[in-house]
Design a protein around this ligand. Structure first.
Ligand SMILES: [Cu+2]
Length: 470
């Protein structure tokens, strides 16, 4: 076990060399702003690419009086959630005394939480961050490591063969004696046997490696598949499980801010956006279907991103492509909304930002303000699905998609499971001010578009912003 851990650790180090997130969402890091008792915290959890693996945790406090921070990983639900192991102490950063960092082993795929306990002048406070661990890939061995390992194997093997054949040949050789042909033959036979043994060990080792790799392959996260089907203006989404961990089911979706599914339809150029909420039904064969009455849609190709949360607390974004002729649909209703780059809205959303360049992996608080037609901050924003705002971060190549709220990137439904009694994430129940903030960090460089949605006078207002992340 220890040796396997060592192999995994080496592979983890090598991922840093060839880090290439391949998840369809492409944004695995969890950002959360919440309270641990009296302390306000901004937390980043970066889950590992491979499981078991090490998650990086960063806790940023807003107050000076925090003495120490302890972190511990535990399953989000089930018996394991009740019995926390001994927490690790997070290290205070030398440069920034309000920043604490730590590393935690996450041992299985599925829904985890990182529990954070803060001690300071105002007593103790606790909060939990839901962290879905979705093993992203089997890591290919780095060519340099492969070359080194084969080299060492040949070197050690040759050494062993040399020692064995020398032993057989010369062990009984007295001082001053010369080798007779029989001894030389004995040496050659022993050398041949040793070579066969070394090759055999190599062969068996390779077999063991392949078996392990195949077993792990089954464990690598496989997103649900979704097949869209349009008849008239009815969109049916057929979900299927390609097979992953046994605890994933298709009949356990829970509502996340009021809806079992949040469906985002975007045009490839990202100049059109629809935010829809399909209803869950059961197909004739018992399979889970989601059904949406479509609004007017122009003919063309669209990308679908569907956010779902399981009862286990695992959240998934399922993607699909949709190609349709002109659809004459129904009027938008309920929480559904649409946006086009050609809209001229009465309420304008403004990105309030400094000139700091946008860099990947950095936790940033994105601030947006709603202005009225005269350029004055509005005072009459309403909650949109229980929250002052919703933000969607999409990379132009559509390989990164994240749905973020003022509390961060963890879905509300998962937060409710992680912190049922902590009302801090329910801050949105008060009337929102004209400014909304979203904590988020871009996973990778690239050209992004940020969609921000707020609600005013019963109408959803959408703003689109371009971000160049270098
Ligand atoms: Cu939202």
């Amino acid at each position: 076990m220890r040796c396997r851990r060592a192999v995994i650790a080496v592979l983890l180090i090598l991922t840093a060399l060839q880090s290439r997130p391949r998840a369809h969402v492409g944004s695995p890091d969890v950002f959360l702003e919440a309270s641990a008792g009296p302390y306000r915290l901004l937390v980043t959890v970066r889950p590992p690419h491979a499981i078991p693996g090490v998650a990086d945790v960063e806790v940023l406090t807003t107050s000076e009086d925090v003495r120490d921070v302890h972190i511990v990983p535990l399953p989000l639900t089930g018996a394991g959630a009740q019995f926390a192991p001994v927490p690790d102490r997070a290290m205070r950063s030398v440069e920034d005394p309000k920043l604490f960092t730590g590393h935690l082993w996450l041992m299985g795929a599925g829904a985890w939480q990182v529990r954070i306990t803060v001690n300071g002048d105002r007593g103790e406070g606790t909060m939990s961050v839901p962290v879905p661990t979705l093993p992203q890939s089997t890591l290919a061995m780095h060519p340099v490591l492969r070359f080194l390992l084969i080299g060492f194997w040949l070197l050690l093997g040759a050494g062993l063969v040399g020692i064995v054949s020398a032993m057989a040949r010369e062990a009984k050789l007295g001082a001053g004696e010369t080798l007779d042909p029989r001894a030389k033959r004995r040496g050659r036979i022993a050398g041949a046997i040793a070579t066969a043994v070394v090759m055999g060990i190599g062969f068996l080792g390779n077999m063991w490696w392949t078996v392990e790799a195949t077993a792990y392959d089954r464990y690598v996260y496989k997103p649900l598949t979704m097949t869209p089907l349009v008849t008239g203006f009815t969109l049916k989404l057929d979900l299927r499980d390609p097979g992953w961990i046994g605890s994933r089911r298709l009949d356990d979706f829970i509502r996340d801010h009021g809806h079992p599914m949040h469906l985002f339809v975007v045009s490839p150029s990202l100049d059109r956006l629809w935010h829809l909420h399909p209803n869950q039904t059961t197909g004739p064969d018992g399979r889970t279907l989601f059904v949406q009455q479509l609004p007017n849609l122009p003919a063309g190709k669209f990308e679908l991103f569907a956010d779902l949360v399981h009862a286990t607390g695992v959240s998934e974004t399922v993607t699909a492509k949709l190609e349709i002729p002109d659809v004459a649909g129904t009027a938008l209703s309920g929480d559904d909304s649409a946006w086009s780059a050609s809209d001229v809205p009465a309420t304008k959303i403004v990105w309030v930002r400094d000139n700091a360049p946008l860099v990947p992996k950095k936790l940033t608080t994105f601030t947006f303000r709603a202005d009225d037609a005269n350029g004055q901050p509005v005072k009459d924003l309403e909650l949109y699905m229980g929250m002052p705002g919703h933000a969607i971060f999409v990379r132009r190549d559509l390989k990164v998609f994240a749905h973020v709220h003022p509390s961060g990137s963890a879905p509300m439904a998962a937060l409710d499971i992680a912190m049922p009694s902590n009302p801090s994430h329910a801050q949105h129940l008060t009337a929102p001010p004209s400014t909304v903030t979203f904590p988020y960090g871009f996973p990778e460089p690239g050209q992004y578009r940020i969609f921000v949605q707020m609600k005013r006078a019963g109408a959803v207002v959408t703003g689109a912003f371009d971000a160049d992340v270098k």
